[in-house]
Design a protein around this ligand. Structure first.
Ligand code: SF4
Length: 270
């Protein structure tokens, strides 16, 4: 089986959604989230499509800005903010029109630019690698991983995942699992065995960093989660009739047509 981490994470959240997307090949409809069923902390966030596009623009701008800094350009906050605005306008957004998102994001970007992270030695920017796992029967999972940035850190390495929306509890669980999977695959990601790994989630909207613990027990658990999702996909277990009670129907594009949806409220008509 070949899969990306996002696919495994989709399966772990809702096997049926995985089936719709990756077995049946359906497109996820653009449907407004059902905010009345959103987990605590998610309600204040901007609509998902806007977040996704802005997040992509921020990642693209940050990659270019960091590459310049790595080549010796001064880490200027104004350059980073300008690069994000330009990248956002290229995909049809004008972040400055959004009072809800832009002031906080612009100030978080400025704070990030003058903080310690940009100056750390970059090992890789937006780097992909294939992590191979074998099960007891000799089957192999090829897991496609993509890390936002990997730097030197304290004699070892740091693996960073940038967020442009503060993750709510369910999202944080998936992000934590993802970063721990990167730690498991560190040797394949960087090509050597690092002495120590720091895992950091950096929320660019508030320039807040969350360090994710990566002790042996936590990495074992992440590995077990990978195996559980993989075996479920391989055995074609897509039913949610029993279990998966916290599946994220509230933000699922299939929520109005899926007969197992837990969030069927129709979007308000403007
Ligand atoms: S609506 Fe809910 S049950 Fe249906 S596919 Fe989406 S997350 Fe899964």
């Amino acid at each position: 089986l070949r899969a990306s981490f996002t696919e495994l994470s989709t399966y772990a959240g809702c096997p049926l959604k995985y089936r719709y997307l990756h077995v049946d090949g359906r497109q996820e409809p653009e449907v407004e989230p059902d905010w009345s069923h959103a987990p605590q902390g998610a309600v204040d966030l901007a609509p998902l499509r806007y977040d996704r596009l802005l997040g992509e623009a921020v990642h693209a701008a940050l990659r270019r800005w960091q590459a310049d800094v790595d080549r010796g350009t001064r880490a200027r906050p104004d350059d980073l903010v300008r690069a994000v605005l330009e990248a956002a306008r290229l995909v049809g957004l004008d972040p400055e029109e959004s009072d809800r998102t832009w002031p906080a994001l612009a100030s978080g970007l400025r704070a990030y630019a003058v903080g310690p992270w940009p100056a750390r030695h970059t090992i890789y920017l937006e780097h992909s690698a294939m992590h191979r796992i074998a099960d007891a029967n000799g089957h192999e999972l090829q897991l496609h991983l993509r890390a936002d940035r990997i730097t030197s850190f304290d004699g070892g390495i740091a693996i960073i995942d940038f967020k442009t929306v503060p993750p709510h509890a369910l999202q944080l669980r998936a992000d934590t699992w993802q970063l721990r999977t990167y730690a498991i695959a560190a040797e394949e990601l960087v090509g050597f065995r690092p002495h120590g790994i720091r895992l950091s989630l950096i929320d660019l909207r508030s320039n807040a960093e969350t360090e994710i613990a990566s002790g042996a027990a936590q990495l074992r658990l992440a590995h077990k989660q990978i195996l559980a999702a993989w075996s479920g996909i391989a055995a074609r277990r897509f039913s949610v009739a029993r279990g998966h009670r916290d599946r994220p129907c509230w933000s699922c594009g299939f929520r109005l047509e899926c007969r197992h949806s837990l969030a069927t409220a129709r979007p308000a008509v403007a």
